[in-house]
Design a protein. Sequence first.
Lengths: 258, 384
Amino acid sequence: MSDEIVLKTEDLTKHYGGVHALEAADFELKNGEHVAIMGDNGAGKSTFVRQITGVEQRTRGRIWLYGEEVNFAGPLDAREAGIETVFQTLALADDLDVPDNLFLGREMTKWNWLGPFRMLDYKGMRDATVAGLERTAVKIPNIRNTIRNMSGGQRQCVAIARTATFHSRLTIMDEPTAALGVQETAQVENIVRQLKEAGEPLILISHNMRQVMDLVDRIIVFRRGRIVANLGRDETDGQDVVAYITGAKTGAEYEGAA
Amino acid sequence: MSDTSHGTGGLAFDKSKRAWPNEVNIFIALVLIVLIFEALGQLLPYMKGQSMLFDFNSRRDGTILNMARIKIIILQVSIIGIIALGVTQVIITGGIDLSSGSIVGATAMISMSFAQTELVNGNPNPKAIFGPWAMDLPILVPIAVGLGCGLIAGSINGLLIAYTRIPPFIATLGMMVSARGVAKWWSRGNPISFPTDEYAAISNGNLVDGLTFGVFSESWIVTQVFDGQNPAIYFLLLAVLFHFIMKYTVYGKHTYAIGSNEDAARMSGINVAWQKVMVYAIAGMLAGFAAILLTSRNVTAQAGMGFVYELDAIAMAVIGGVSLAGGRGSIIGTVLGAMIFGVIISGFTYLKLDAFYQEMVKGGIIVAAVVLDQWRQRRAALRS
């Protein structure tokens, strides 16, 4: 595993009016590393992700991706730079099928001189979808089925399969199993393990302690908009993490932060 | 990886479902409605066994079909059908367009005032709106003016909806009232008449004959099928064009994506605002084109033209399976919905029943179409 830094943020801050949703977050992710972000509701986890992925514009702070400073104007910029996000709200178009969703906003096209009326390359997108699904070992019986007709697990898999299809450089999953049943959760976790084996860096936001302990290398805890702990999985346990989440404990290096 | 096979049980069902698109259901409904009218025609004693769509006694058209009636069925819905093609796209984005009827009215007045002829039977045009400079202009001028008016009105709708984020219902309601005002103000309520022959020929000339340079002038297809049916031909050509655009282009895909999940579309980097502007602008332009056809066909323009066309257009789309929630529906569905409209109107005429019965039944069919669609959706959701 190389020690290359995939993602680094410094003083990343987001205020919504008077609400300090995210305050001075310094964060680092190494190549091949899987990091979990935990914290109570409203602790700033999703806000943190939205700044990195360009969905919102940060109040201040700097972000580096693979050593290069980035300023994303929108989510498409972030995706083009190689950040794939599986959002908490699934961000899938229910009435479209799997290839349509994977390529939404970046369709393979031909006859590009037609501008907005350029032709979709359906065959190219289907082939790339099948290849991407094979790489993540995601099994979806019929990729031409619309998302509406799929189970929750399958939907989540579609969202995750985007990662593999586009050779992303960083995957972010925002509560990927929050709405799933036991079997479907296992299915998604298998894909996460697959990504780990493939050496793909990942940020996982989750409330599920067992899942976090099972899957990641490192746990970052947010509380009231600030990072309060940075824990190696092997140096901690569920009780310990909960103590950080609830505010019973604060990491030594973050004393005075919250 | 033992668990990833989960869900394969749905395979057979998924495939069979794809083979049964909603359009087939709508087509079956269309056939059923035709059959009901045919059956009533046979059963009602005063009909003396006349058939609606068949004409067994006369073979002069070279077919046993009653071509005259079939042509009328398509013709009478084609102008509103053209509007419905645009409305379909708007509804697929999850919006609604209440302004198309009024855009027809305003565009009718404005484009007609650039299509007038200077001399009527040797006398100056009694309905002249402008001076001689606007008389006997090349045919492209009123067409461009008409399409431009529709485009501008539609763009205003789109810009309001996309950038002020007011609900489409309100934005297009405003346009509906204002555009009707423009229609009445343009000539202070006076009708505008006496267009150039070329302008009148847009709807009334023989389009197929013109396009084929008279090669088939004497043939059955020109004299029997397409004679005087220009709005129907434009409708079907535009339907094919927009079917293609909605299904095979980025524009179509993004339109469906916005109606399906606007947030997802935005997060995917689709320029949602601009896409909406385009959709409403195209809907406006189609309403403008409908106005050109309508004024050309009637060789006059009146401020009340297109009154409540928007509701008929919405009804055609809804009967054709376009979901008001957005994301679902198709141009083929809307064309079939328009045909159902046409069959009902013609069917009541054929049964010699008054027009108010038509309206009662039309209303019922609109509601029934949505009820059936929701029932079908629920069943599909339960099975998956």
